[in-house]
Write a protein that binds this ligand. Structure first.
Ligand code: SAH
Length: 420
């Protein structure tokens, strides 16, 4: 979602005649697009702002957008008085106002709901993979998570406006659509006639667009994985056989303290149903270790669920206490060294499974989407249906979507050759 926001901000400023530079000393405006999910990311923002303050041209504008802006609010100006703007994740469309009035200070951390989607300039060209946000915010209130505070309550965009963006993306270069939301499978929109649209409706409609060859969505909340959506994996071949459905912990006790009230049984049932619908489906997950009160045996349960599901790709984190969240106030916080030990153990296992899965792809032919040349320019990077990067030799006018025979693999990526 942050990648999408950053990309959208860049396009919006290009619309105003600016071009992108990687050199802070060259820039007329410097924008930090920020994440507040863990404390480390937030801390980095303020140290980066200190560096930017010294490196930038004297008249260059600088500021923060996104979740740290929303969390810090006016305090950000107190910490760094020279800041020009502090804009929350739902108000970054207002950024051009600072160009019109560079002597002002722009502060907007309101949760404006869907206003930004109507205010951002229309995109002229879509990247091959088009991210389409279909909802803002989240209603789940997991006790560790700051997102409901920074991005607000869950609100779904209308079916019509999502399809408008999707069709526009298809007409301007998109081959893959990735629907985005904090709780993407909870998408619900009721139109004026009382007709309810769900994510399955968006997928069905998008699959009819000839230019669109691949569809995916992220991230999913387990209990919102309804049967209509699961059945899409059986009926829509364009839906990729890859799903991010974070479990967070394998301990029933920890899950209930996280306020993620699903049973492991239900979670595994959903995966079984998904496998019935699409036998080649693979799952990825997020994990939090060292949540308050997590005992050795709770952590063992997390290892066990990881061993059972065999996630092919995962993100795992040490629990980080966040402001405005219930878990930060729990008295049984886990010491850093234990969190680090558990994370290392879980990561070692998850990495091994990922490596094994990648190696199991050798000799298979996978339909892959072109991402672009690598840094050396000697190779092209493609994405498999499981979003693994696959490196092939550079070829002029390489096809955008093509069959690749996998010849080698390690934990991080695959290597392959064009089938034709
Ligand atoms: N709705 C998104 C959540 C975005 S945050 C989702 O379901 O994926 C992405 C991941 O960060 C979460 O899944 C969780 O694993 C992790 N995370 C969130 N809050 C955290 C915290 N306080 N400490 C450590 N990791 C956290």
């Amino acid at each position: 979602m942050n990648v999408y926001d950053g990309w959208r901000i860049a396009r919006m400023l290009e619309h105003r005649g600016l071009t992108q530079t990687d050199n802070v000393a060259d820039a007329d405006i410097i924008i930090l697009n920020t994440c507040a999910v863990r404390a480390k990311a937030t801390d980095k923002v303020f140290s980066a702002l200190g560096r930017i303050r010294r490196a930038k041209k004297p008249n260059a504008l600088f500021g923060i957008v996104g979740c740290v802006a929303r969390e810090a609010g006016a305090n950000a100006f107190r910490r760094i008085p020279e800041l020009n703007f502090v804009l929350g994740p739902q108000s970054y469309h207002k950024l051009p106002e600072i160009l019109d009035d560079p002597d002002s200070r722009l502060l907007d951390i309101n949760l404006g709901g869907l206003e930004k989607f109507d205010s951002l300039p229309q995109l002229e060209k879509s990247p091959r993979i088009a991210y389409i946000p279909i909802q803002e915010g989240c209603n789940h209130c997991c006790t560790y998570c700051i997102v409901p505070y920074t991005r607000g309550r869950e609100i779904s965009r209308s079916f019509e406006s999502v399809m408008h963006d999707t069709i526009h993306a298809a007409q301007t270069g998109a081959i893959e659509i990735c629907f985005l939301g904090q709780n993407v499978n909870g998408y619900k929109h009721t139109d004026e006639n009382g007709k309810l649209y769900r994510l399955s409706d968006l997928i069905r409609e998008t699959a009819k667009i000839p230019e669109i060859m691949r569809i995916r969505f992220t991230s999913s909340y387990p209990t919102e994985m309804t049967d209509d959506l699961i059945s899409m994996f059986a009926t829509e071949p364009k839906l990729l056989p890859f799903l991010n459905m974070p479990i967070q912990s394998g301990s029933q006790n920890v899950l209930s303290r996280m306020n993620r009230p699903y049973t492991l049984e239900l979670y595994c049932d959903i995966i079984n149903k998904l496998k019935q619908a699409r036998p080649d489906i693979q799952i990825s997950s997020d994990f939090i270790v060292g949540f308050p009160g997590e005992s050795d045996s709770d952590f063992d349960d997390t290892m066990k669920i990881a061993q059972k599901i065999k996630y092919i790709n995962s993100y795992s984190f040490k629990y980080s206490p966040r402001p405005h969240t219930g878990a930060a106030l729990m008295s049984d916080q886990i010491p850093e060294n234990i969190k680090a030990e558990r994370l290392a153990k879980l990561d070692a296992y998850l990495n091994e499974v990922q490596r094994e899965f990648n190696i199991s792809c050798i000799d298979k032919t996978l339909s892959c989407l072109l991402e672009g040349p690598d840094k050396t320019g000697k190779h092209l990077i493609y994405r498999t249906p499981y979003m693994q990067p696959c490196i092939v030799e550079y070829r002029e006018n390489a096809p955008e979507l093509t069959d690749i025979i996998i010849t080698d693999a390690n934990k991080a990526c695959l290597r392959g050759k064009f089938k034709i």
